[in-house]
Design a protein around this ligand. Structure first.
Ligand SMILES: C[C@H](O)[C@H](O)[C@H]1CNc2nc(N)[nH]c(=O)c2N1
Ligand SMILES: N[C@@H](Cc1ccccc1)C(=O)O
Ligand SMILES: [Fe+2]
Length: 298
């Protein structure tokens, strides 16, 4: 396919946008890119990523060399929490994405970034999806959360609340932190797949770090091209489930519609500080300094 979004669609996707992974067609360079990124994160994540993530990484043996084979990976994962990994050629429509999650199928890009894109890519590739997301699917409670999120996503489409639910996904599945006796730890896939943000999210004085507040989360804007200005901290995965799956968002969506804030982010990094649980009141120096763009120029 000529469409750039279909990086490696060796055949037209099915109506659920799945394609064969075609693992045999990966080149030595593509496998090498996986190994390079894996080694980079392996040196940064111990002591920063939550045990649930690190145990999943070990259990699924993602470091044996090269891009994992989704069939073999799924057979292992399925034994643990009933999830499988399916190959997609790029971003898929929202309702297709939610339907996969609701059925315990994690859609993972079948392509990997180029050697000159190691630090950042704008679309989820196999490294972000499999290294970043899949280890957390070995945790039974978190595995339930992601499936429930898929069901909630389909429900949010009926209320026009997709954008708000996406913020919840962003601040948990992609950029979530969790509180442990030893300190804050990372479980978000967007952080663990980035060496620089894994350090920034826990140690830099710039971002806010706030207690989990579901309603505030649904209405807090996020960055899609740079480190986050605010991170939200879960007490436990059980608590995360209690505040999301076990809470009917219907009334919240109805209130947002009445207020006219549906589909809008009404909390900025400064506003969210009105919450009553503040781990870090961030300086926002990184964002004020121009963020990634500025440091790239430096
Ligand atoms: C909110 C929205 O569902 C979300 O951005 C989805 C859209 N489609 C996707 N498609 C793929 N393959 N991977 C993803 O993470 C997403 N994210
Ligand atoms: N309980 C939410 C759906 C949801 C489930 C799991 C995670 C996030 C949201 C609702 O009623 O819409
Ligand atoms: Fe992701």
């Amino acid at each position: 396919m000529s469409d750039p979004a279909f990086h490696r669609a060796n055949q037209a996707p099915a109506e659920d946008y799945t394609v064969p992974q075609d693992w045999e067609s990966y080149t030595a360079e593509e496998h090498g890119t996986w190994d390079t990124l894996y080694a980079r994160l392996r040196s940064v994540l111990p002591g920063r990523a939550d045990d649930a993530y690190l145990q999943g990484l070990e259990a699924l043996d993602l470091g044996t060399g090269g891009i994992p084979h989704f069939g073999r990976l799924s057979d292992e994962l399925e034994k643990l929490t009933g999830w499988r990994v399916v190959a997609v050629p790029g971003l898929v429509p929202d309702e297709v994405f939610f339907d996969h999650l609701a059925n315990r199928r994690f859609p993972a890009g079948n392509f990997i970034r180029k050697p000159d894109q190691l630090d950042y890519i704008e679309e989820p590739d196999v490294f972000h999806d499999v290294f970043g997301h899949v280890p957390m699917l070995t945790d039974p409670v978190f595995a339930d959360y992601i499936q429930a999120y898929g069901e909630g996503g389909l429900k949010s489409l009926e209320s026009g609340a997709l954008k708000n639910l996406a913020a919840l996904y962003w601040y948990t599945v992609e950029f979530g932190l969790i509180e442990r006796p030893e300190g804050l730890r990372i479980y978000g896939a967007g952080i663990v797949s980035s060496p620089a943000e894994s350090v920034f999210a826990l140690e830099d004085p710039s971002p806010n770090r706030l207690g989990f507040d579901t309603e505030r989360l649904l209405r807090t804007g996020y960055r899609i091209d740079d480190f986050q200005q605010t991170y939200f901290v879960a007490k436990s995965y059980e608590d995360l489930l209690a505040r999301t799956r076990d809470l009917d968002f219907g009334p919240i969506y109805a209130r947002m519609r009445e207020e006219g804030t549906m589909g809008k982010y009404s909390f900025t990094p400064e506003d969210v500080l009105q919450t009553d649980e503040i781990y870090t009141r961030g300086t926002q120096d990184y964002a004020k300094g121009g963020g990634r763009a500025a440091s790239a120029l430096a």
